[in-house]
Design a protein around this ligand. Sequence first.
Ligand SMILES: NC(=O)C1=CN([C@@H]2O[C@H](COP(=O)(O)OP(=O)(O)OC[C@H]3O[C@@H](n4cnc5c(N)ncnc54)[C@H](OP(=O)(O)O)[C@@H]3O)[C@@H](O)[C@H]2O)C=CC1
Ligand SMILES: O=C(O)C1=N[C@H](C(=O)O)C[C@H](O)C1
Length: 270
Amino acid sequence: MIKVVVTGALGRMGSNIIKTILQQEDMKLVAAFEAPNNPNIGKDVGELLGLGKLNIKLESAENLDKVLKEVKPDVLVDFTIAHACVENVKIAARNKVKLVIGTTGFTEEQRKEMLKSIEENKVPAVISENFAIGVNIFFKILEILAKKLGDYDIEIIEIHHRYKKDAPSGTALKAAEIIKSNRSRESYFIYGRKGLVGERKKEEIGIHAVRCGDVVGEHTVIFAGDGERLEITHKASSRQAFVNGVILAIRFIKDKEEGIYDTFDVLGLR
Ligand SMILES: NC(=O)C1=CN([C@@H]2O[C@H](COP(=O)(O)OP(=O)(O)OC[C@H]3O[C@@H](n4cnc5c(N)ncnc54)[C@H](OP(=O)(O)O)[C@@H]3O)[C@@H](O)[C@H]2O)C=CC1
Ligand SMILES: O=C(O)C1=N[C@H](C(=O)O)C[C@H](O)C1
């Protein structure tokens, strides 16, 4: 039985991850955490999620270290917010808990701090901007398109729900990095355009973030040349697409001793 703890337990992702873990025969939820100011701390997680009593009370992230020492989980899953994720990862890594990290929006410094703690403590981690299987195939296709259409004008557009806090999405940034490292010409990123910006430069990769309604997550990359345009789009219509990848990542990481992995490793796409 894989003992799992979830941080961000009442969030859009955390709550769905918990519901799906409870349906797995080989997994057991052993603790769940929320931000210290959450009014539901101390209440039963199952009742909070409308699942009936689970006899697991919602813990404050302030008690993460103490509770991890008590419940000794195999894996911690974090879908929170960048600054909280870094702290949660540092505590989990010190306690030798394996990691599945889906949080996005890290600054360069935050990412370095998180990776340093994972490496120093020699724990294994899956870190991915997008756990949906389709998005990872979309990334693979982008590798090919960037090689073959690297001279075309390339623009990335992402659309997410009005509650999303970071922009551009982690997925859009990852797509931009994949394109940059696979096209033959030098590239730089342009985040939106405003004013007398002049004609488009070949080196630009435009990145545009749209926030509206309840859109779960959509990513389009446009490759435009003279007389033609190729567009590739991934649309997530349910968070279950991400959650299914998280479940695969939990099973993948439980057998690893150390190292930093992503969803290409989990899905055999390397
Ligand atoms: N990699 C992937 O496949 C995906 C990644 N994401 C990313 O996951 C993250 C979460 O997204 P989403 O679930 O929509 O966001 P939510 O805001 O719905 O959930 C995040 C939860 O984490 C809580 N939280 C904040 N600080 C802490 C802390 N220190 N310890 C524990 N919990 C804490 C928040 O509480 P409060 O609201 O009180 O601050 C909130 O309940 C985002 O970065 C998003 O981009 C999302 C979908 C897929
Ligand atoms: O915040 C979200 O909702 C999502 N975030 C991830 C990202 O920033 O790429 C993945 C997904 O698109 C949903």
